[in-house]
Design a protein around this ligand. Structure first.
Ligand code: NAP
Length: 263
C-alpha cells in the first residue's frame, strides 16, 4: 500500500462510532492506512481515535453543511484516497400496509442520500489523489459502499430498508459505470446478518429482547468479518475492481432463511 517514497493512503470511514465502521477503522489502521472516522457521536469517535491513532471527525451525513465542512477539512489536510460509505441503518420491521412514512424517509435520507452527499463531496479529492499517485503502478482511489443483502432481495417487513438499500446499491452501480476509464474503483460490500451491538437495537427502537432474537440459534457474522472483506477489496492491485462482495453467515442462505440449528 504505502511505499517509502509515498505517504500512507488516507481513507474516510463513515458510521465509525460502532459496529462495522469501528471494526473497519481498527482493521485499516492495522493495515497501515491513515483513517478518518466520522459519525455523530464525538465521544465514541474520540475513544476510537485514542485507541487506534485514527482521526475523529463528528459528522451527520444527513446534513449537507456538515459534509461540506468535512470535505473542506480533508482537502486542507492532505486530501483523500478512499471512502468507506458505511453509515446507515434500518428503522422498524413493518409490513407495507402498516409502514411508517417517516421511518422510510429517514432510511432513504441516511442510507441513500447520506452516501450520495459524502461520495459527491469527496469525489474531486479522490480524483486528485488518483492523479497524484497515478504512475507506473497505476494507483488509484476507492469508493466502497456498504449496502446489505437487503439490497439484493425482499423479505417480509423489510420493505423500507430493502428499498433504501436497493437505492444505495443502484447509486454505487451507476457510479461505477459513470467512472469507467478513470482510476477510481467502486466496490459494493453486501453483508447478511452481522451481530453488531447497535444495528438491531436501533431497528427495534431499543427493544433488547427483539434485537437479541435476530441472532439466536446460529452463528451470525461479526463486524470484523465485514472489515476483513473491506480490507481485502481495498488491498487488491489497483487494476482489480471487486464489484460486489456478498458476505453471509453460513447458516443464512437467504434474507429470510436462517437455519437456527445452533451452528
Ligand atoms: P451500527 O452499529 O448501528 O452502526 C451504524 C453507524 O452509523 C454508527 O456508527 C452510527 O453512529 C452511524 N450513523 C447513523 N446515523 C448517522 C448519521 N446520520 N450520520 C453519520 N453517521 C450515522 O450498525 P452496523 O451493523 O455497524 O451497520 C453498518 C452498515 O452496515 C449500515 O449501513 C448497515 O445498514 C449495514 N448493514 C448492517 C448489517 C447488520 O446485520 N448489522 C447487515 C447488512 C448491512 P452515530 O449514531 O454516532 O452517528
Amino acid at each position: 500500500m504505502s511505499t517509502t517514497s509515498e505517504p500512507a493512503r488516507r481513507i474516510l470511514v463513515t458510521g465509525a462510532s460502532s459496529g462495522i465502521g469501528a471494526a473497519t477503522v481498527r482493521r485499516l489502521r492495522a493495515e497501515g492506512y491513515d483513517v478518518v472516522g466520522a459519525a455523530r457521536r464525538a465521544d465514541r469517535l474520540e475513544a476510537l481515535a485514542a485507541e487506534t491513532g485514527a482521526e475523529a471527525f463528528p459528522l451527520d451525513v444527513t446534513d449537507q453543511a456538515a459534509v461540506d465542512a468535512l470535505v473542506a477539512h480533508l482537502g486542507e489536510t492532505g486530501g483523500l484516497d478512499g471512502v468507506v460509505n458505511n453509515a446507515g441503518g434500518a428503522f422498524g420491521l413493518d409490513r407495507v400496509e402498516d409502514a411508517d412514512v417517516d421511518q422510510w424517509r429517514h432510511m432513504y435520507e441516511l442510507n441513500v442520500l447520506g452516501t450520495l452527499r459524502v461520495t459527491q463531496g469527496v469525489l474531486p479529492l479522490l480524483r486528485a489523489s488518483a492523479g497524484r499517485r497515478g504512475g507506473a503502478d497505476g494507483a488509484g482511489a476507492d469508493v466502497v459502499v456498504v449496502t446489505s443483502t437487503a439490497a439484493h432481495g425482499a423479505y417480509e417487513g423489510g420493505s423500507g430498508y430493502t428499498a433504501a438499500k436497493h437505492g444505495e446499491r443502484m447509486l454505487s452501480t451507476t457510479l461505477r459505470w459513470e467512472l469507467a476509464g478513470e482510476p477510481v474503483r467502486v466496490v459494493e460490500i453486501a453483508p447478511g446478518a452481522v451481530a453488531t451491538e447497535e444495528f438491531s437495537l436501533v431497528r427495534f427502537d431499543g427493544d433488547a429482547e427483539k434485537a437479541a432474537a435476530v441472532y439466536e440459534g446460529y452463528q451470525p457474522l461479526v463486524a470484523d468479518d465485514i472489515a476483513d472483506g473491506i480490507a481485502y477489496a481495498l488491498t487488491r492491485p489497483p487494476h482489480v475492481n471487486l464489484d460486489l462482495m456478498v458476505i453471509r453467515p453460513r447458516a443464512q442462505v437467504h434474507n429470510s432463511k436462517i437455519a437456527r440449528t445452533g451452528i
